[in-house]
Design a protein around this ligand. Structure first.
Ligand code: NAI
Ligand code: ENO
Length: 368
């Protein structure tokens, strides 16, 4: 029976897991720690955790399960330190890192010979946003959640973890760390490199074409959204997954050379086939299921904390016929002002909402 959980790293992923665990069983006591004290305080105020740990390693002797939800290099540092900490017999330790080989190797190196059950984990959903304010209990709904259990982990240990995570409504899959890193290299890590490189290419031409930024809408925005992700997190992911990525670079460069030659030699049939084949494979990808993709278009509004503020704001939006998908008050500050989070289905709706709130009030709006 899991009663006490400790979460290290209370950002987007740690915060979302905490919220979903609380939703599953509010009696589970969650203690949390984050290097950034503001994130930890927000996590407590949002009800994601019950208690803030003042240090990375408080007394953990009664903790049944530990989640490490920090950037991947930090995760390894924490695993290394855990070897000399007094823990409960048979404690389950899991992580959420986007890479698995190096993390699982470090668990083997530092935790072997202990009674710790290490289960590598990777919820395959998220966003380009960071931090607890972007956390949602339903972030992983319908997403795959990959698990890479170590040798001493039993089926019962796995069930214990997936039970605690039941309310994520994710689909749990077991995989070897090597297969995980190869696959995520192809479908996640390398696409991040490509997205960033397209943005960087556009930036290089900005002086020459002053309108470029404003014209870069539609497809360019779609294909480069992930370039807005946390740079430190992605630097560490790339450094962890060097082998598979170097191989993908070679493949990609050869692919670019091949298409370049189609264009240079006006090989119209080859160009058509290239796009046609890509379209067919893309069209066969499973459709997005409800809840699998979080709503990205959030707008934060600084509002005075008085009754009726929600109906005031929604009233303005209704006047302009702007549809909301969600609304939530986040009490992030001690003073009189609170923050209202409004979620929209599209970026366009959010832009309309900014203009609308400006038109009818003096409340400040911001996007994170
Ligand atoms: N962002 C995403 O969409 C996804 C991220 N991941 C993985 O989840 C992990 C966390 O990512 P996010 O939650 O997105 O990042 P985040 O930046 O939102 O949160 C990470 C938190 O860890 C804290 N932290 C950093 N070092 C720490 C340390 N030594 N001790 C305690 N706290 C520390 C930071 O202050 C921050 O609040 C990463 O390993 C990432 O690869 C996995 C799936 C999706
Ligand atoms: O924003 C997006 O679409 C992402 O790609 C989110 C993401 C980031 C890191 C992961 O390991 C898994 C998912």
């Amino acid at each position: 029976m899991v009663k006490n959980i400790y979460i290290i790293g209370l950002g987007l992923i740690g915060g979302s897991l905490a919220l979903s665990i609380k939703r599953k069983d509010p009696t589970i006591h969650i203690m949390g720690y984050d290097l950034n004290g503001d994130q930890a305080s927000l996590a407590k105020k949002l009800g994601a955790i019950d208690e803030i740990s003042p240090t990375l390693f408080p007394n953990l002797s009664a903790v049944d399960m530990i989640f490490i939800s920090t950037p991947v290099q930090q995760t390894i540092n924490i695993i290394e330190q855990l070897q000399s900490i007094e823990l409960k017999q048979g404690v389950i330790i899991t992580d959420v890192g986007s890479t698995k080989v190096k993390i699982v190797e470090s668990a083997k190196k530092y935790l072997n010979g202990t009674t710790i059950k290490f289960i590598g984990g990777h919820p395959m959903a998220g966003s380009h946003k960071s931090g607890i304010l972007a956390a949602k209990s339903q972030l992983f709904e319908n997403a795959f959640y990959i698990l890479t259990p170590s040798e001493n982990v039993t089926a019962q240990d796995l069930t214990c973890l997936t039970n605690v995570l039941e309310e994520t409504r994710a689909n749990f899959v077991e995989m070897s760390p090597e297969e995980h890193d190869k696959v995520t290299g192809i479908i996640s890590h390398f696409p991040h490199i490509v997205a960033a490189s397209l943005v960087s290419q556009a930036e290089k031409h900005e002086d020459q074409f002053p309108l470029l930024k404003r014209l870069a809408a539609g497809g360019f925005r779609d294909v480069t959204r992930i370039a807005s992700s946390n740079p430190a997190m992605w630097r560490d992911i790339l450094l962890h997954n060097k082998g598979p990525l170097l191989h993908l670079f070679d493949e990609w460069i050869a692919e670019m050379e091949r298409i370049k030659s189609f264009v240079a030699n006006s090989e119209s049939d080859n160009l058509y086939s290239y796009f046609d084949q890509a379209k067919q494979f893309r069209d066969e990808l499973p459709k997005k299921q409800r809840g699998a993709i979080p709503s990205f278009y959030d707008l934060f509004v600084d509002v005075p904390d008085y009754p009726g503020i929600i109906s005031e704001i929604t009233g303005y939006l209704a006047k302009e016929e702007i549809s909301l998908t969600n609304i939530r008050i986040i009490e992030t500050r001690e003073e009189i002002y609170g923050v209202l989070r409004l979620s929209f289905q599209t970026d366009h709706d959010r832009e309309l909402a900014i203009d609308c709130i400006r038109k009818y009030s003096n409340y400040e709006t911001f996007i994170i």
